[in-house]
Write a protein that binds this ligand. Sequence first.
Ligand code: NAD
Ligand code: UD1
Length: 337
Amino acid sequence: MSILITGGTGYIGSHCAVELLKNNFEVVLLDNLSNSTEAVCKHLYKICGKKPNFYRGNINNEEVLDYIFKCFDIKAVIHCAGLKAVGESVLKPIEYHENNVEGTKSLLSVMQKHDVYKLIFSSSASVYGNPEYHPIDEMHPLNPLNPYASSKVKIEEILKKLSIENSKWKILSLRYFNPIGAHDSYLLGDDPTGQPNNLFPFIMKVAMGEREELEIFGNDYNTPDGTGIRDYIHIMDLVDGHISSMLYLEKMEASLNYENINLGAGRGYSVLEVLDSFETVNNLKIPYRFTERREGDVDNSYANISKAKVKLDWMPKRTIEDMCTSAWSFQKKKILV
Ligand code: NAD
Ligand code: UD1
């Protein structure tokens, strides 16, 4: 039996693949390589001694999907494929809708055709918008502030509706907070091919000397040191959350077909705190300067992870220091490999 991972050569998909391969699942990766490279498959082989089945293709292409479902006995899908740059989504809202929402519809239609009803969807904390309270639980109102976040809300709505209409579906929407860090081999990590958007890829560029300084977007937020607070979670803790989710899908009550679950570490760090931790554990100096706030950024965002702890029997284990060490170790190794 196989697990299909869409967006399988991307940051989160590839880290899920490594754990599934290690746990003797057959893994099929589908990715259009818009933000990753096929080299990931080589690294997966180095780490696990097993090759994933890789297909370069688009989730919007039902023929490709149909072919994969015909070739493999797919048991469940981890659906990570998607465009994720918030700023770009404001400039290209239709592209984000087409790729993320319409692409998901194609996937669902082909899954249904092949009687595959188990799905884990990569959602995002961005669905909550500006938090009304902390920590943010799954009951928090949804208030998407940009087309990227709207695409996640629309997909969640489609998934929920589908699960009501057909009780065969078993679907989890995992609302990720801020995954960072790398696999212990340091052969896999966050390695976007395009322009980076998130904090850590920018810190890496400064650490590598490719940029002179980090721009910290705003120091007048309503937080103790004025910089934005986020809930950073080690990528391997996030992956453990997916493995627990796969087990949970197997034993989900018959009456329950759909759930939203937060995956974060359950505590927040400011940009300055993260930077301090990164400099200390890696013995590096990261020059920075404060700039204007980035449009759409919120002061503070951290998760209530009680639901994940109870339902998935899962706990994040790694510290912010682990995250900072592993992110830099991956970056250093990347130069050598
Ligand atoms: P990523 O860009 O590294 O991986 C996504 C992969 O999907 C890429 O390899 C890309 O080439 C592929 N892709 C995009 N559109 C596709 C399409 N139409 N068909 C096939 N492949 C396609 O991003 P990631 O960080 O691994 O994120 C995975 C998922 O998790 C995304 O849906 C993202 O929105 C969501 N998410 C990520 C974060 C984060 O901070 N990384 C936070 C919340 C949610
Ligand atoms: C962003 C998205 C979120 C998406 C996630 C994954 C926004 C508003 N949110 O989350 O919807 O799910 O990425 O793609 O874009 N920062 C700097 N300098 C930088 C980069 C970031 O100071 O060069 C700060 C930000 O202002 C923020 C923190 O670092 O306070 C984290 O930023 P980032 O890594 O982009 O994540 P989010 O904004 O939380």
